[in-house]
Design a protein around this ligand. Sequence first.
Ligand SMILES: C[S@@+](CC[C@H](N)C(=O)[O-])C[C@H]1O[C@@H](n2cnc3c(N)ncnc32)[C@H](O)[C@@H]1O
Length: 271
Amino acid sequence: MELDIFQNPYTGLPLHWASAKRQTGLSDANGAFFPLRNGYPNFLAGQKITGLNQKIQQFYDRNGRMAGLLERFFNLFSPIRRQREAWLDGLAIRPGDRVLEVSVGAGWNIRQLPANARYYGMDISSGMLDHCLKNAHRWGVQLNLCQANAEFLPYRDNVFDSVFHIGGINFFNDRGRAICEMIRVAKPGAPIVIIDQTAKDLKKQYRQLVFVRHCLREADVDRSRLYAPAEFVPEEIRDVEVKLLDNGSLYRLSFNKPASIPGRPFCVPNT
Ligand SMILES: C[S@@+](CC[C@H](N)C(=O)[O-])C[C@H]1O[C@@H](n2cnc3c(N)ncnc32)[C@H](O)[C@@H]1O
């Protein structure tokens, strides 16, 4: 594991290897301790997850297995693999690049990307990360995982050559903070791609997938969030592009991190 890319997501302090309560993990100078779970750091240890994040975390912890089976089924009968590849076209990944997927889920996107880059994935759900580990092993893909909240990324500033996210941001507690975090950890010039469902796609899922209807009541879904959250991208970033994909089922918000945004930090820490 590359220790030098991590930091305490809540304070920004650097981390070192440590042991506590017979567990190995990462610690900072103030004694904060993040244990390893199945070989990856858990930055949610001791944290209270609230609001939508808590609901979604529970949903994926309970239903990750079912989501994995559905994905395998779709892989047999639909062009979803090629679609994932097309969605991420534009990341322009070069050999040796460090690429981060925020909310990696079971890792299906990374499987579609060039094999010669270094891949990092984080997710709020331990259930999904465990599936991701199994998948990566099955596919022979080297993946650096951790459990964390997208609103508090546990990485240092300017470490990734590209950053992408698919399928979770609509229901993050704080979409603006998550976008700032993606920008903070990207290197200057790095492409950032954010994709999620529109209201049209959610409606289709409700119609087609009994398991989605069973797990998430349609009345509980805040439909006012089902659009590209471009308003949270700092206004100094000029190359913001929003496109609809798959007949309007998904939006794709993309831009590049500029060399600098004068006068203010990308993300105000500890808010
Ligand atoms: C629909 S799945 C998409 C997984 C993967 N990106 C893909 O395209 O297959 C949404 C993922 O977002 C994760 N997620 C939701 N809220 C999150 C948060 N606040 N921080 C990190 N991950 C989150 C869920 O645990 C889940 O794995």
